[in-house]
Design a protein around this ligand. Structure first.
Ligand code: GLV
Length: 332
């Protein structure tokens, strides 16, 4: 029998790993930490398939070393860590895991939105720090209303849409911007109005970013755009850090151009201990946990394994990111 080797770059849900073990030879990097570049380089040469995560960078140099590779299955919806053109040129199918993480990520977006508006982690730090001496005071920890406010969604894809759905329960006015406008029917269903990005920034009380990181979106929320926001507005980002110009954001916080920020993603992850964002009380920070629920991570791992298996047995995977690869390496 021909040996088919699958490299798995991280400890994943047991059910998904067992499926792989039942079918293929598996080389597991058995850790929650990412493997080093050196480990990847020296373990990828004989792999037919790889299951990776968003913190494993697959660039053209790495693909050159992956001589047998047919499929790279990423356990993520974002694919900015993969050089898709290099993969396609070398006949590597790249797959990803959309849909299954939409609701978990939308939920975290709402946790951050509510958390920053109502100063939840700031108040908790205060309480745990032993500073709560007055039982109740009219001016203690005043935040902002959420109910009835205007929410601006930048990027109305799957996750943006799920965030918008939740906003209806808060009776919010929803504005959205993305390159391609939705059909009027869909806009009506979700109750969202299309506006240009600058108008969205000027009018929204909460701006939530849901864009993939591409050459077009890198640094999209720059100094000029941050200056358009209301001084009472909040910015939330659960997509990719580099969509916001972080230096400009720090300037905005220092000079009070906006009221608060909630971030799950950063231009460099993990966030360094001396990053200036950590100094602001009105900034709520989480460590890239948008999809981090037990149920969702299990679904992501299982979908990543299904996508990978499909290619290795000659079928089209459910979520293929580089369809042109089919011409370079037809399946079957
Ligand atoms: C998370 O950021 C993902 O891309 O899945």
């Amino acid at each position: 029998m021909v040996r088919v080797l699958v490299v798995v770059t991280r400890r994943i849900a047991e059910s998904a790993l067992n499926t792989l073990l039942g079918r293929f030879e598996v080389r597991l990097y058995d850790s929650d930490e990412p493997p080093s570049r050196c480990w990847l380089e020296s373990n990828i040469g004989d792999a037919d398939g790889v299951v990776c995560t968003l913190s494993d960078r697959f660039d053209s140099e790495l693909f050159k070393k992956a001589e047998r590779l047919k499929v790279l299955s990423s356990m993520s919806v974002g694919l900015d860590h993969v050089d898709l053109d290099a993969a396609t040129m070398r006949g590597v199918y790249v797959t990803y895991t959309p849909d299954v993480l939409t609701d978990a990520t939308a939920d975290l977006t709402w946790a951050l939105l509510l958390g920053v508006a109502r100063r939840v982690s700031e108040a908790e730090r205060f309480l745990r720090g032993g500073l709560w001496r007055v039982a109740w005071a009219p001016n203690m920890f005043l935040g902002s209303d959420v109910y009835g406010k205007t929410l601006g969604i930048v990027g109305m894809g799957r996750i943006g849409y799920a965030v918008a759905k939740r906003a209806r329960g808060f009776d919010m006015q929803i504005l959205y911007y993305q390159r391609r406008r939705l059909s009027e029917d869909v806009e009506k269903v979700i109750g969202a109005r299309y506006v240009e990005l600058d108008e969205l920034l000027r009018r929204s009380d909460f701006v939530s970013i849901h864009l993939p990181l591409t050459e077009q979106t890198r640094g999209l929320i720059n100094e000029e755009r941050l200056r358009l926001m209301k001084p009472t507005a909040y910015l939330i980002n659960t997509s990719r850090g580099a969509v916001i110009d972080e230096a400009a954001l720090i300037k905005a916080l220092k000079d009070g151009w906006i009221r608060g920020v909630a971030l799950d993603v950063y231009s460099v992850e993990p966030l360094s201990k001396d990053n200036q964002l950590l100094r602001f009380e009105n900034v709520l920070l989480t460590p890239h946990i948008g999809s981090a629920t037990t149920e969702t991570r299990k679904r992501m791992a299982e979908l990543a394994v299904d996508n990978l298996t499909a290619v290795l047995i000659g079928r089209l995977p459910l979520h293929l990111a580089n369809p042109d690869v089919v011409r370079i390496r037809p399946l079957g």
